[in-house]
Design a protein around this ligand. Structure first.
Ligand code: NDP
Length: 232
């Protein structure tokens, strides 16, 4: 199945590292004009070296005003949006502090356009299954799944499709934070029928599918990329 995004403009948040960076590079390879948004300039510098056609935007998405200013003009012309940026702050439920909730919730962003397009929100298996120490992460990813569905409902009439991918653990910097300990990792892989964590490429392929016309009748789904974890 060949996917092309020639003539399309894409915006990827959290494009400095991990899944977001790989998605930005894959979209550029498929012909899209890519805007890469992240908050660490050094990551954008190295991304540009790797792919000079990418348009870099350095902004902290936790700062609503700065984000609006940085993306006001560009946001009007986006066909494909990947809401990927997030961080993981792991704590037991009883130790969760109010600022942790605020910090994660303010990362959510929605983009409203009237000329058709596709949005993919990067959720997690944690949106649908309780994971120890993941109180805020599970809660916000659960909210993101519902946001995806409401956006699908409300933006569908404008021919904007909204879906999410829900990966299991991927050993990016974020994945390593929670799952580097081999004993802890094996408790998770033992619950995944395919017996392994996801690779970045597994997630990127699903994102590209949902962004592309190959999924033109798919709207409002939360697509597990989890080797069967959520099915069992
Ligand atoms: P990484 O930590 O590897 O990369 C996240 C990227 O997002 C970094 O470039 C980071 O920049 C950027 N970012 C984070 N917060 C902000 C912000 N406020 N403003 C701008 N940029 C920001 O994470 P992953 O690639 O692993 O995760 C990507 C997505 O996938 C997330 O939504 C995550 O929840 C989801 N996911 C990840 C899983 C995993 O196991 N890795 C499993 C399931 C879902 P900087 O480094 O400068 O902070």
């Amino acid at each position: 199945m060949e996917i092309t995004f020639a003539g399309k403009r894409a915006l990827v948040t959290g494009a400095g590292k991990g899944i977001g960076r790989a998605t930005a590079l894959a979209l550029a390879r498929c012909g899209a004009e890519v805007m890469a948004v992240t908050r660490t300039q050094a990551d954008l510098d190295s991304l540009l070296l790797e792919c000079p056609s990418v348009r870099p935007v350095c902004v902290d998405l936790g700062d609503w005003g700065a984000t609006e200013e940085a993306l006001r003009e560009a946001g009007r012309h986006v066909d494909l949006l990947v809401n990927n940026a997030a961080c993981a702050m792991l704590q037991p439920f009883l130790e969760v502090t109010p600022d942790q909730f605020k910090k994660i919730y303010t990362f959510k962003e929605t983009v409203y356009r009237g000329t058709g397009g596709s949005i993919v929100n990067i959720s997690s298996q944690a949106s649908q299954c309780a994971l120890r120490d993941h109180t805020v992460y599970c809660a916000t990813k659960g909210a993101l799944d519902m946001l995806t569905k409401v956006m699908a409902l409300e933006l569908g009439p404008y021919q904007i499709r909204v879906n999410s991918v829900n990966p299991t653990v991927v050993m990016t910097e974020m994945g390593k934070l929670g799952w580097s300990d081999p004993n802890k990792a094996s408790t998770m892989t033992s619950r995944i029928p395919l017996g392994r964590f996801a690779e970045v490429e597994d997630v990127v392929n699903s994102i590209l599918f949902l962004l592309s016309d190959k999924s033109s009748m798919t709207n409002g789904v939360t697509l597990p990329v989890d080797g069967g974890f959520l099915a069992c």
